[in-house]
Structure formats: structure tokens, C-alpha cells
Design a protein around this ligand. Structure first.
Ligand code: IMP
Ligand code: MG
Length: 177
């Protein structure tokens, strides 16, 4: 496995910075003043790099938590199965919650996580994704804060993996499989 197998860049490092900055502003403006900290929840592992950059450009007081759900295994095709592998540490009941994903592809993962979160009675629930593949959508999902639409290709880098590799690329590229 070599990083040089990534032949096309979809989102450059400069664009990543621009997008994250814009999202940070949108999110900060949208929440304004809250009674309690905003609870920012990242879906592991793909969102960890985006989440780290994003929270530093949000100026609303916040706390973070993480959840791992499994969807793809090590392949590139969604199985449609979503399982909670590691749950949140804290309760979302009565809290303003922002869910953060690396990418919404078919939308199956996020729509199930959203349904599960709503059952836990947060005060509000909004959704943020760095990448969006509208052409691949199967499950309907409303995204509140969207980084950038990309074509229906398999993306890696900036947290996104193929077989757990390539997450450390500072840009998003397409893997020639
Ligand atoms: P969905 O349920 O099809 O929307 O898929 C969501 C999850 O699949 C994401 O959180 C990613 O972990 C993974 N995924 C979907 N598309 C890609 C991709 O192009 N590259 C890497 N991971 C992807
Ligand atoms: Mg993911």
C-alpha cells in the first residue's frame, strides 16, 4: 500500500482549510448563545481529523464525545448494516447535539445514527459532514452543514480510509483500485 496510488486530488489542503473555516462560521452563527455547551459528537474513526480541525474554528463553548458505528468493514461497498461498536460516554438528553461525519455516501449510516440519537431526546440535533456524495444516496437525510459535494468515487485521506490506510493524507484523493 503506497500513498502514491492516489492519483487524483478531490479536495486540496487549501480547499480543506477554506471549507472547514466556512463550516466553523456557519455553525457558530447558527447556535449563538446556548444555556449549556454544544455537544459535538464525532463518528469514529473517519471523522477524527475533520472534527479536530472543526472544533477549533467553532467559537461556541462545546464538549466532545465519540461513537463508533460499523458499516463497511474493510471493503468499499456499504453493507447497509449499522452496529454500535462503542457508545457515547455521556447522555445527550436535553442537550444541543451536533453530529459530525467524514462523509455521507448512501446515507444509511447517518440516517440510523440520527434515528437512534433522536430516541435519546436531545434538545436539538444537527448534522455536519465534511464530504457528501449526493449521487450515491439511498436513505433520505437532511444535512445542516455540508462541506463539499464530491462525485461518486471512492475517496481517501483527511481521515477517510481504504482498509484503514491513507487516513493521514492531508488532502482528499481518489484511490485507483
Ligand atoms: P453510508 O452509510 O453509505 O453513508 O456510508 C458512511 C460511511 O462509509 C462513512 O462514514 C465512511 O466511513 C464510509 N465511506 C463511504 N464512502 C466512502 C469513501 O468514498 N471513502 C471512504 N469511506 C467511505
Ligand atoms: Mg465513517
Amino acid at each position: 500500500m503506497k500513498n502514491s496510488e492516489v492519483t487524483k486530488i478531490l479536495v486540496s489542503e487549501d480547499e480543506v482549510r477554506e471549507i472547514v473555516g466556512r463550516l466553523g462560521k456557519e455553525i457558530s452563527e447558527s447556535y449563538g448563545e446556548l444555556d449549556r455547551e454544544l455537544m459535538v459528537i464525532g463518528l469514529l474513526r473517519g471523522s477524527f481529523i475533520f472534527m479536530a480541525d472543526l472544533i477549533r474554528v467553532i467559537d461556541t463553548p462545546l464538549v466532545v464525545d465519540f461513537m463508533t458505528v460499523s458499516s463497511y468493514g474493510d471493503g468499499t461497498v456499504s453493507s447497509g448494516d449499522v452496529k454500535v461498536v462503542m457508545d457515547l460516554d455521556s447522555s445527550v438528553e436535553g442537550r444541543d447535539v451536533l453530529l459530525v461525519e467524514d462523509i455521507v455516501d448512501t446515507g444509511r449510516t447517518f440516517s440510523k445514527v440520527v434515528r437512534m440519537m433522536k430516541n435519546r431526546n436531545p434538545k436539538s440535533l444537527k448534522i455536519c459532514t465534511f464530504l457528501n456524495k449526493p449521487e450515491a444516496r439511498i436513505a433520505d437525510i437532511d444535512i445542516d452543514f455540508c462541506g463539499i459535494d464530491i462525485p461518486n468515487e471512492f475517496a481517501v485521506g483527511y481521515g477517510l480510509d481504504y482498509a484503514q490506510g491513507y487516513r493521514n493524507l492531508p488532502y482528499v484523493g481518489v484511490l485507483e483500485l
